[in-house]
Design a binder for this molecule. Structure first.
Ligand SMILES: NC(=O)c1ccc[n+]([C@@H]2O[C@H](COP(=O)([O-])OP(=O)(O)OC[C@H]3O[C@@H](n4cnc5c(N)ncnc54)[C@H](OP(=O)(O)O)[C@@H]3O)[C@@H](O)[C@H]2O)c1
Length: 305
């Protein structure tokens, strides 16, 4: 039986590009939607569309005829959301709601990507049943999207991740931030007061495809099986990539946008749904390191042209 046909929005971003590459490698027919950053040398079909343009969502769905849609496009820059709250609302709340309605109308599977930032950081580690209390414009628009998706699609699937990996433009993830600074021999601040549960984007991509294949329904936290501070994450990267870990300076957060301090996730629901334990952060960092030499990082970078 042939694999379902997959439409990935945000295919020029960190998650969308990796998800599209992994799905294509698993023999899915993939169509990736890009907006301002067209892809070069993509081993999958791409379409260019500003999904906020009137009629764009329906047109893309009708032209590409997917079985599954994974919505990764967003305004994911927290500070940009504070500066442009109207755009953040359109992109992060209205668009997912519209995609959920249009996919439900066509009887397509729809997976929406949310964020760990829907929580306020006072009660970690968070289960899916804990009450969200988003602090920033970004987090509020993402939380409203969850509600819009639930209301619009009977078989809704929402994944709340934190993620890291190689992105086409090379600076879309915290891992790349540390790696780029360390490679340049520069000191880099690592926040000791920010805890999180990041998952390597390759593992996350495989998990999203697995959840869709299992017909999973509901909301799933998606992180590694363990958590750490952003400082410890930086040190882990320095050690794995053989850089001087003293370059990672322990500091406290300075942030214009309100950010929750402790976003550790409880991932037991996801683990139970998949029937296996989730990888550790160290296993994710090892995979990130292996991708330097196994060609994956080059493939992702080449997408940016
Ligand atoms: N990165 C993280 O650490 C993190 C953590 C938790 C949750 N998330 C969530 O994970 C998802 C993926 O994040 P990411 O980091 O992969 O994002 P990203 O790298 O910033 O990519 C955003 C994508 O959205 C696309 N896009 C923006 N405006 C668009 C429009 N009007 N029409 C069509 N496409 C548009 C961009 O296309 P162009 O570049 O081509 O314009 C780009 O492909 C998001 O839902 C985010 O909220 C991310």
């Amino acid at each position: 039986m042939s694999q379902p046909r997959l439409l990935v929005t945000g295919a020029s971003g960190l998650l969308g590009s990796n998800l599209a590459l992994h799905a294509a490698a698993q023999k899915h027919t993939v169509v990736g939607v890009t907006n301002q950053h067209p892809l070069a040398q993509a081993p999958f079909e791409t379409v260019q569309a500003d999904l906020l343009a009137p009629g764009a969502v329906a047109r893309v769905l009708d032209e590409t005829q997917p079985d599954w849609v994974v919505h990764c496009a967003a305004l994911a820059d927290i500070d940009a959301c504070e500066r442009q709250p109207e755009l953040a609302h359109k992109l992060n709340t209205e668009l997912p709601g519209q995609l959920a309605r249009e996919t439900a109308r066509r009887n397509l599977r729809f997976a929406h990507i949310s964020t760990d930032a829907v929580f306020d950081g006072t009660k970690a580690p968070y289960k899916e049943t804990d009450a969200p209390n988003p602090l920033s414009v970004y987090a509020k628009t993402k939380r409203m999207a969850e509600l819009a998706v639930k209301a619009a699609h009977p078989q809704w699937l929402i994944v709340r991740p934190n993620l890291f990996g190689w992105s086409p433009n090379g600076d879309h993830s915290l891992a790349e931030f540390f790696y780029n600074k360390l490679t340049a021999g520069e000191t880099v601040n690592g926040f000791t007061d920010r805890l999180f549960t990041p998952l390597h984007v390759g593992f996350l991509s495989e998990i999203i495809l697995e959840l869709l294949a299992k017909d999973a329904h509901g909301i799933f936290n998606a992180g590694s099986s363990d958590s750490l501070s952003k400082y410890d994450f930086g040190v882990m990267i320095a050690r794995k990539f053989n850089y001087d870990e003293q370059l990672v300076r322990p500091t406290h957060t300075e942030s214009a946008a309100p950010r929750a301090a402790d976003l550790r996730l409880n991932v037991s629901r996801l683990s139970a749904a998949l029937g296996r334990r989730l990888p550790t952060v160290a296993e994710g960092v090892a995979r990130l390191h292996a991708e330097l030499s196994n060609g994956h990082r080059q493939t992702v970078s080449a997408l940016a042209g």
